[in-house]
Design a protein around this ligand. Structure first.
Ligand SMILES: [Zn+2]
Ligand SMILES: [Zn+2]
Length: 503
């Protein structure tokens, strides 16, 4: 039995794994690469497996880096169900449409540039996928609640376990009977940080033979919730107090709702100077609607809030701006105000207009609350770059720039280690994925040091034979343990058969 690593290996996006089972190929996640251009080019490469040959596709959650390539996958011939938690199905419904919209917009922009440039270069290829493709993918979504065991085939069994990362997020457990033995594989998906006031903490993972585990924050610790809330309050008070505006780039799904919850609490406690807040992202507005639809995923805390009559995603002074016209009007609103807008890494969407409007004002604040991928606009601003280029303009950064990472929907290093420690028996092998190389290797080291675990940071595009007596695999683990240059990053050079390789 083989496991193919097709994405989110030595980087955090493009999640995709394929398991060869005796009854057919099972794919976990079909995610979009996001961030640096060399990564996004990977979205265009031919699929390693013909979509028509995949028998099952399971999504861990709706984030685009886990679900965003499904429209292309369906357009190129995948004809079966896309299995996911019911909340993931609802979120993917709005997120895939939104993603198609972004793809179409990007393509129109590239086409315009090409025409203006006298058509000297090759004509741009059109959108990666269209709204129609997204709708076809949405039509294939099939809900599967947590903890229900389904036999996909007589020898393939599937179960989703709450991963506590965003609404509907799941750890995927696959059991495959191969001859007289049964192999258990677990894909962690993205693992939640715990202590979210909205969704439940990650469920303990099951005993498994092979584990594919994320390591986004494998080398870092977050601020603790209490300290984070206090810091959030202090930073906002400082800017709002001097009638400055706060621009918060926020992922529409999960992060925005957590921020609304935190602002709702601060507002109720009269802990902030008076302010207006705008949620300027149609996707975030839609996602908040989906959240309200799935109280079965909620934590005790928020259920108690709702029972006491509070609407945890609403407070006086909050405005949701759906249309482009409403969005433009925000710029004329009297300060102080807070804008939550997407995309979270500033690489697309309305947030770019808000950055253009506020970056040059020293009275204002850009507040980062989430992960900023390498080479994204968000990362450049967070790291102090000025000027930055936004929508073809050079913009100087004079506003204050701060970051709070405790709002992350991802477990930090200790959270990941706690999650691993909860597995009843150590897996035969753990593949550390979904992290930049430094984070993945640091986490691999931590697993070895703290648990004596056998762990490997695999290579993108690689395939592992999972038989327990596979000498090659044992050798790979041993070799990696002995290599000194293991965390080096070699950029993609060939988008066709691109691999991210170790030096
Ligand atoms: Zn995620
Ligand atoms: Zn992810």
């Amino acid at each position: 039995m083989k496991l193919h690593l097709r994405g989110a290996v030595r980087n955090v996006t493009g999640s995709c794994y394929v398991v060869e089972t005796p009854s057919g190929l099972l794919m976990v996640d079909c995610g979009l690469y996001q961030g640096a251009r060399r990564l996004e080019e990977l979205n265009w490469r031919p699929f390693a497996f013909s979509p028509a040959d995949i028998r099952w596709l399971v999504l861990t959650h709706a984030h685009i880096d886990h679900s965003g390539l499904t429209p292309r996958f369906v357009a190129e011939g995948y004809e079966r169900d896309i299995i996911a938690h019911p909340a993931t199905c609802d979120l993917a419904d709005i997120m895939l449409r939104d993603s198609a919209h972004i793809q179409e917009e990007d393509a129109a922009w590239a086409e315009k540039k090409w025409r203006r440039g006298g058509r000297k270069t090759a004509r741009p290829p059109g959108p990666l996928y269209t709204l129609e493709d997204a709708e076809a993918a949405v039509a294939r979504l099939r809900p599967l609640p947590y903890d229900q065991v389904v036999d996909l085939a007589p020898d393939v069994r599937l179960r989703l376990i709450d991963a506590g990362h965003i609404l509907g997020s799941a750890t995927v457990e696959v059991s495959v009977r191969d001859g007289d033995r049964t192999l258990r594989l677990t894909f962690s998906g993205d693992i939640g940080a715990g202590e979210s006031p909205i969704i439940r903490d990650p469920q303990p993972p099951p005993t498994t033979d092979f584990l594919v585990m994320e390591s986004t924050y494998g080398d870092r610790l977050h601020d603790r919730t209490q300290a984070r809330n206090e810091r959030f309050r202090a930073i906002l008070t400082e800017t709002l107090g001097r009638k400055g505006c706060v621009v918060i780039p926020a992922f529409s799904v999960g992060r925005t709702q957590e921020l609304l919850y935190a602002l709702n609490e601060l507002e109720q406690a009269h802990a902030l100077p008076p302010f207006t807040a705008f949620v300027d992202s149609p996707l975030a507005i839609g996602a908040t609607r989906v959240f309200r639809k799935h109280p079965e995923c909620f934590s005790r805390v928020i259920l108690d809030d709702i029972a006491s009559g509070d609407d945890p995603f609403d407070f006086p002074g909050l405005r949701m701006t759906q249309t482009v016209e409403e969005s433009k009007q925000i710029n004329h609103a009297p300060p102080p105000y807070i804008v939550l807008s997407a995309a979270g890494m500033c690489n697309a969407g309305r947030i770019r207009h808000h950055l253009i409007n506020h970056l040059e004002n020293p009275n204002d604040l850009i507040l980062f609350v989430g992960y900023q991928g390498e080479n994204t606009l968000g990362r450049l601003i967070r790291d102090g770059r000025s000027p930055v280029r936004i929508l073809g303009r050079q913009v100087s950064v004079r506003a204050k720039v701060r970051a709070i990472d405790g709002f992350s929907a991802h477990a930090d290093r200790d959270g990941l280690l706690r999650w691993f420690a909860a597995i009843p028996q150590p897996p035969a092998l753990t593949l550390v994925t979904h992290g930049e190389p430094r984070a993945s290797f640091a986490f691999r080291d931590a697993l070895q040091e703290q648990f004596g675990a056998r762990a490997l940071v695999p290579e993108l595009g690689g395939a592992l034979d999972l038989s327990p007596d596979n000498r090659d695999l044992q050798q790979q683990v041993a070799e990696q343990e002995n290599r000194a240059d293991r965390a080096q990053w070699v950029p993609v050079t060939d988008a066709g058969g691109a691999e991210l390789e170790e030096a």
